[in-house]
Design a protein around this ligand. Structure first.
Ligand SMILES: Cc1cc2nc3c(=O)[nH]c(=O)nc-3n(C[C@H](O)[C@H](O)[C@H](O)COP(=O)(O)OP(=O)(O)OC[C@H]3O[C@@H](n4cnc5c(N)ncnc54)[C@H](O)[C@@H]3O)c2cc1C
Length: 422
């Protein structure tokens, strides 16, 4: 027998989790089904709304909401056009309220961007970030000691300090590398493993002792973003007390601990709200009849399973997430509903000549075109299914690397869809 839900969400990235939580918290019977956990583990864990002017300027932006009209003037198909400034702003506030429920202290700054040190020592303008990262905001000025660990791969305090100091930002940064205690027994530790080590009070005590003389004279102390996973709040408070001055985190290269905290917290919040979660199953098919989705089919360990719902949200990511597929003949397709993909069939035009291109790669804009309700539309603008909504990176018309609008589109498109699930 086909199981019935009010809402079915496909995808467990930030877009899928956000819509699924909103639906479940509206007391709707909600199922989220996903193959894997999405891009959050690869991101900074911050929500970038608009970080930079378009090429060739690429200047960091301080007030993203005010600069949106100028940015969007060059981006006629960007999904922000369908959301609008006021809804973008209120969706981001809603997001802060949502993550507060899971003890994640995301902060905004009255419409302004934070300017955070990136893992390469560049400036990362971002709209929402966990408090542990915003405490590293560069505009505060002063002196900072950046602590790294010889055993932690891919975090380089010397590189970060050198690049920050070279930019004349009004801060001075000094690197310092420590060895982990021999009891930890690690020669090559990942950020996620080190975050668990930070949850040990004894380790924090040893660390505070090791820093006691080195940290003298600095205004604040920066660490890689590994200050605890499940006990992050306690780790931050306890280490601040032990070190005796403000401390902050700097994003690392993947796997991202702030991204993992966000994923774990959102997943728990969805389940606490009564949502049903299936991770590890692929949705293989969706049937559209008379302008409505009637069912989807997903794989289980023994047989395909059919599910029906009132609303369906496709938040399957872009080429990276598995929401779009390609072949070497230049075909790009959407594998569940076979929705039309706004794309070029000549694959020689998918990429710019240079890998690090000022203007990005055309392929990043490819995706599913939608109307103002985020229903998919065909080439003529006709709605394909009125109870199907597209959220996040699967949307056509933008490249998240251009202007850094990735998680901004993801969160605000998800919130906009969630308010329509009556
Ligand atoms: C490497 C990388 C780094 C990034 N860093 C940043 C950053 O620092 N800041 C920023 O603002 N933006 C960043 N972005 C962009 C931003 O992360 C993404 O736009 C956003 O997180 C995508 O979220 P999503 O939920 O739309 O998709 P994803 O996170 O990709 O999730 C897609 C989900 O759909 C599931 N799925 C796909 N197909 C199926 C199927 N057939 N059946 C079931 N499940 C399916 C996947 O398993 C996954 O759960 C980054 C993107 C990438 C790829």
């Amino acid at each position: 027998m086909t199981q019935q839900f009010d809402t079915v969400v496909i995808g467990a990235g930030l877009a899928g989790l956000t819509t699924a939580i909103q639906s479940a918290q509206q007391n709707k019977k909600t199922l989220l089904v996903a193959t894997g956990i999405g891009a959050l583990l690869l991101t900074s864990g911050c929500v970038d709304v608009l970080g930079f002017q378009s090429a060739p300027s690429r200047e960091p932006i301080a007030n993203p909401l005010d600069k949106l009209p100028a940015f969007l003037a060059d981006q006629p198909h960007h999904p922000y056009h369908l959301i609008g400034r006021e809804k973008i702003k209120s969706s981001l506030n809603q997001f802060v309220t949502m993550v507060n429920q899971i003890g994640l202290d995301y902060q905004h700054r009255d419409g302004q961007n934070w300017f955070l040190p990136s893992p390469a020592g560049a400036v990362h303008p971002t709209y929402l970030a966990p408090k542990s990262l915003t405490q590293g905001d560069i505009t505060t000025g002063g002196s900072m000691l950046l602590v790294g660990f010889h055993e932690l791969r891919d975090f380089y305090p010397h590189l970060i300090s050198k690049n920050l100091n070279a930019q004349d930002l009004g801060i001075t940064s000094t690197p310092h590398k420590l060895n982990l205690p021999s009891t930890i027994n690690a020669t090559n530790i990942t950020p996620l493993e080190l975050a668990r080590v930070f949850e040990q009070a004894e380790f924090r005590q040893q660390l505070a002792v090791a820093l006691s003389s080195v940290a003298k004279g600095y205004d604040r102390i920066g660490f890689p973003a590994v200050l605890g996973l499940q006990q992050h709040r306690q780790v931050l408070a306890d280490l601040t007390r032990r070190v005796g001055k403000p401390i902050f985190e700097i994003s690392t290269l993947p796997p991202s601990v702030p991204g993992r905290r966000l994923f774990d917290g959102l997943r728990n919040l969805f389940q606490q709200a009564g949502g049903r979660l299936i991770i590890g199953s692929r949705v293989t098919q969706g049937k559209i009849e008379q302008g409505m989705v009637s069912e989807i089919v997903f794989q289980t360990s023994n047989r395909p399973k059919t599910i029906s719902a009132k609303h369906y949200i496709m938040a399957t990511g872009s080429l990276f997430g598995g929401g779009l597929e390609t072949d070497m003949n230049g075909r790009i397709w959407e594998p569940i509903f076979n929705l039309p993909v706004a794309s070029e069939s000549n694959r020689h035009v998918w990429f710019a000549e240079k890998f690090i291109s000022q203007t990005g790669h055309p392929v990043s804009h490819y995706g599913i075109k939608v109307n103002e309700r985020f229903n998919p539309v065909d080439e003529t603008g006709q709605v394909i299914a009125t109870n199907l909504y597209i959220a996040g990176a699967t949307l056509a018309g933008y490249d998240w690397t251009q202007g850094r609008t990735g998680e901004g589109v993801t969160v605000t498109s998800a919130m906009k869809i969630a308010e329509q699930l009556n």
